[in-house]
Design a protein around this ligand. Structure first.
Ligand SMILES: Cc1cc2nc3c(=O)[nH]c(=O)nc-3n(C[C@H](O)[C@H](O)[C@H](O)COP(=O)(O)OP(=O)(O)OC[C@H]3O[C@@H](n4cnc5c(N)ncnc54)[C@H](O)[C@@H]3O)c2cc1C
Length: 504
């Protein structure tokens, strides 16, 4: 016969029920946010209130909102650490590691990937106040702190006539280096990361190491040329100085061109030929097909292009085909490196807009595939007009000279095969203030990725990809990347606690 349990049992069971319910809901959240609070308060005790800030402190809001991509402003870090030196990052990382807390790093804040540079209920390390740069003539190197942006670095070193190899848009930050980094100097000097000389790196457990091409951390040094945010936090970059000259030294020639949409196929073929045939390290181009939704909800298309030659003209045997296509406008002339650095100051609206990236890669000379990728992108933009603000399909040729320089300098992990190719990137900018992409448009973006042609064996570019693309898998040194990751992060702490590239 069943007898009713004593009242004390019922009390016990109901408590178990309530506890298990709570632990599956708010306790799970409380646990992680408690740990984040503990890690924040431990770091704050060591570092002080100006370095470890909570939501009501003076610099918290501007850092939490300091992102190019609207999607990345929608996170709420428990606290933000504003280091002034490497030891501050070490202390923060030790607390993060000890309390098993989520974290993220903010340098220039330009990641197109949601969540790769911000965190909820965790610790954000912002390099806002570590933005010093200097040139050391005896070593002919430049030392960069991670908080500087490319335009600031070129301005700061203009009096000495040197520059680091950085990016093509002045507002972008040093996170670019960790993904490789493509500059108009890359055909002559490799990926930006191929110019590393020495790196200070804080590992997940808070240990600080200095990595060079030949010391005991040479494996780490190499993986940081393409390994993105997966291998540690770089607190100092020493890179080769490029003698680009003063702002008055007009050692380059070139400028900007626009083409009408009737030239779409002709430009696609010319880019294909340029990529296959041109291996002059003094030449650099960037081609961007643009789609803009107008106030009356119609769309307009154009092509913009930047052509540069480190010399006194645009030689016909290099630029002839591209220049034979009818244009809407051209503005060419003698230029300094300083002029070129500030020629692409984010031509499209960005702040306050959700942004999405995705990428593919095509070998030079496959004309049909170049036309095909343009067609798929045009279909995408026509289908989703007027639900986006702008979209860009950009072609960046990676000449053999760039790949060979990388190999001569000890190799990067991207390690493309010896084939000239194009790194192709699609950017979709949503209308102002729209916090997420609609499921239909997301499906359209994924369909583009499925249908857009891609030449086999070529690496994708991690700085300009979709978060779902397994870019690491396309690298020439994927196995080395995985081995080195297991060596420096054996508990996979970074993978478990930071958003970033998949595949490790
Ligand atoms: C408008 C625009 C123009 C661009 N132009 C170019 C270009 O010309 N060439 C090119 O190669 N790329 C270009 N990119 C892509 C750019 O390289 C990436 O967005 C890059 O990651 C931005 O770096 P950041 O420091 O500005 O951004 P962040 O968002 O601050 O950092 C990017 C990533 O690196 C991590 N990270 C940053 N610093 C560190 C560090 N010190 N240690 C460990 N992890 C770190 C961050 O957590 C994040 O995951 C462009 C992007 C945009 C939006």
């Amino acid at each position: 016969m069943w007898t009713s349990p004593p009242k004390s049992w019922l009390f016990f069971l109901s408590n178990i029920f309530i506890l298990s319910y709570l632990s599956s809901t708010c306790f799970a959240l409380d646990f992680s946010s408690n740990n984040a609070n503990l890690a924040c308060s431990q770091a704050r005790t060591s570092l002080g209130e100006s370095i470890v800030q909570g939501v009501n402190d003076s610099d918290y809001q501007s850092a939490a909102e300091g992102y190019w991509n609207l999607f990345n402003t929608e996170f709420n870090p428990t606290c933000i650490v504003f280091p002034r030196q490497s030891s501050h990052v070490q202390i923060a990382m030790r607390s993060i590691f000890e309390f098993d807390v989520d974290y993220a790093i903010q340098a220039g804040g330009h990641s197109g990937m949601k969540g790769w540079n911000n965190v909820n209920s965790g610790i954000l390390i912002s390099f806002k106040f570590m933005n010093h740069i200097s040139y050391e003539p005896s070593r002919d190197t430049i030392t960069l702190e991670p908080g500087i942006r490319w335009g600031e670095s070129v301005n700061a070193l203009e009096p000495q006539g040197v520059s680091p190899v950085g990016g093509r848009v002045d507002d972008v930050g040093t996170g670019l280096l960790l993904g490789g980094g493509i500059s108009f100097l890359s055909p002559a000097h490799g990926y930006a990361a191929d110019n590393y000389v020495e790196l200070d790196v804080v590992l997940v457990n808070g240990t600080l190491v200095t990595a060079t091409e030949s010391n005991q951390y040479s494996d780490l040094f190499r993986t940081l040329k393409g390994g993105a945010n997966r291998f540690g936090i770089v607190t100092r970059y020493e890179v080769r100085a490029i003698h680009t000259g003063r702002a008055s030294d007009k050692t380059w020639f070139g400028g900007l061109v626009t083409y009408p949409n009737t030239s779409f196929d002709a430009v696609a073929r010319a880019v294909s030929h340029y990529t296959r045939d041109v291996d002059d390290p003094k030449a650099a181009i960037l081609i961007y097909y643009g789609a803009i939704v107008l106030p009356d909800d119609t769309m307009t298309n154009f092509i913009g292009a930047s052509f540069y030659y480190n010399g006194t003209e645009l030689p016909d045997h290099i630029f002839g085909e591209l220049l034979s296509i009818p244009t809407l406008s051209t503005s060419f002339g003698p230029l300094s490196w300083h002029d070129i650095t500030f020629s692409l100051s984010e031509p499209l609206p960005s702040n306050g807009h959700g942004q999405l990236f995705e990428g593919t890669a095509l070998a030079g000379g496959e004309d049909d595939l170049y036309e095909d990728v343009v067609r798929h992108w045009v279909n995408f933009t026509k289908t989703f007009t007027p639900d986006f603000n702008t979209s860009v399909l950009a072609f960046t040729p990676i000449p053999l000279s760039q790949t060979l320089i990388g190999r001569e300098r000890g190799g990067n992990v991207i390690d493309p095969p010896l084939v000239p190719y194009n790194s192709i990137h699609v950017q979709v900018t949503l209308p102002f203030g729209i916090p997420q992409i609609s499921p239909e448009m997301e499906e359209g973006r994924q369909l583009f990725l499925k249908q857009a042609p891609r030449s086999p064996g070529l690496p994708l570019y991690i700085n300009e990809c979709d978060a779902k693309q397994n870019v690491f898998e396309t690298y020439g040194q994927y196995d080395f990347l995985k081995e080195t990751h297991s060596k420096y992060d054996p508990t996979r702490f970074n993978i478990r606690h930071t958003n970033g590239p998949i595949g490790l």
